[in-house]
Design a protein around this ligand. Structure first.
Ligand code: NAP
Length: 265
C-alpha cells in the first residue's frame, strides 16, 4: 500500500493516477488519500515503518516535517528541506522531491531539454524552489522572478549562477528566456498573466504548472498567438511516475497516468 498524506488531501488526483497505473500493470498495490493533521507527519513516517508500507506521497503541511524525520534524503530533498515522496527500503525511509525532476521530464517530453537553455521561473515558493533546484542539476540557466526579492534570492541560490528579477522588471526577462515557467498560482482564479503575452515569440515555450483550470489566461493567450505551451499535467504525471518507479521497481505507464490525471480537469 502507498498513499498521500496532507491536510487537506481529498482533492488530490494522485490516487486516481497511481491506481490507474497499478491496474494497467496488474500490480498488487493500492493508493489511498490519508488526511493527516498538521504536526503529525513524523507519526506518519513511523507508521510507514511499522506497517511496512512501500511509501508515501507528502503534501502540505508536512513536507518539511517529513524531511526532518526520514532516515536519508535524496540530494534534491536535502537541498530543499522538503519531501514529496517517501520510499521504504525495509524500514530505512528515504525522502525524495520529485516535483522538480517531474517538470524537467515534462519539458523533455515536449521536446525541450532545459540543459543550456535560459529558463525564467515565475515564483519562489515550494514548486518554484523544486523546479529551480532541478533545473540547476541538469545545467539549465535559471532566472527567478519573484515579487519578494529575498524569497527570489533564496530560490536562486539553489541553482548555480541563477539570477533574480523583480516582478516590476519582468518583460526584459521574459524576452530573454527560451522557456517561461509559471510556478505561481496566477491564473487559477482567472487572473491575467503578470506580463503582456504579446512579447512572446514562437521560438519560446511557455509552461504553466497550474493545471486546474486549464488553460489559464496565460496559456490561452500563448496558444492564440501560436506560441508552444503546455499546462502542468505533464509535471504532475512525471512527478508521480518518479515516485511510482521507486515504490514498485517498474517503469511507469505514462500514458495511462496522463489519461487518469486529465480526467476531472
Ligand atoms: P507557494 O509555496 O504558496 O508559492 C507560491 C509562489 O507564488 C510564491 O512565490 C508567491 O509569492 C507567488 N505568488 C502568489 N501569488 C502571486 C501573485 N499574484 N503575483 C506574484 N507572485 C505570486 O505555492 P506552490 O506550492 O509553490 O505552488 C504554486 C503553484 O504551482 C500552485 O498554484 C500549483 O498550481 C502549481 N503546482 C503545480 C504542480 C504540478 O505538478 N503541476 C505541483 C506543485 C505546484 P509570495 O511568497 O510573495 O506570496
Amino acid at each position: 500500500m502507498v498513499g498521500v498524506i496532507g491536510d487537506p488531501v481529498s482533492h488530490s488526483r494522485s490516487p486516481a493516477i497511481h491506481n490507474a497505473a497499478f491496474a494497467a500493470l496488474g500490480l498488487d498495490f493500492v493508493y489511498v488519500a490519508l488526511p493527516v493533521a498538521a504536526g503529525r507527519g513524523r507519526d506518519a513516517v513511523a507508521a510507514v515503518r511499522t506497517l511496512g508500507l512501500a511509501g508515501l506521497n507528502v503534501t502540505m503541511p508536512h513536507k518539511a516535517d517529513v524531511a526532518a524525520t526520514c532516515d536519508e534524503l535524496s540530494p534534491a530533498a536535502a537541498a530543499l528541506g522538503s519531501v514529496n515522496t517517501v520510499v521504504n527500503h525495509d524500514g530505512h525511509v528515504v525522502g525524495d522531491s520529485t516535483d522538480g525532476p517531474g517538470l524537467v521530464a515534462a519539458l523533455r517530453e515536449l521536446g525541450v531539454d532545459p540543459a543550456g537553455r535560459r529558463v525564467l521561473v515565475l515564483g519562489a515558493g515550494g514548486a518554484a524552489r523544486a523546479i529551480v533546484d532541478a533545473l540547476g542539476r541538469v545545467g539549465g540557466g535559471v532566472t527567478v522572478a519573484a515579487r519578494r526579492v529575498e524569497a527570489g534570492e533564496r530560490a536562486a541560490a539553489l541553482a548555480p549562477g541563477a539570477a533574480t528579477v523583480g516582478f516590476d522588471d519582468l518583460d526584459r526577462a521574459v524576452v530573454a528566456a527560451d522557456v517561461v515557467v509559471n510556478a505561481t498560482p496566477i491564473g487559477m482564479q482567472g487572473e491575467p498573466p503578470p506580463f503582456d503575452p504579446a512579447i512572446l515569440t514562437d521560438a519560446q515555450l511557455v509552461y504553466d504548472t497550474v493545471y486546474h483550470p486549464s488553460p489559464t489566461p496565460l496559456l490561452a493567450a500563448a496558444a492564440a498567438r501560436g506560441i508552444p505551451c503546455a499546462d502542468g499535467i505533464g509535471m504532475l504525471v512525471h512527478q508521480a511516475a518518479l515516485a511510482f518507479v521507486q515504490w514498485t521497481g517498474q517503469a511507469a505507464p505514462i500514458e495511462v497516468m496522463a489519461a487518469a490525471a486529465r480526467e476531472g480537469t
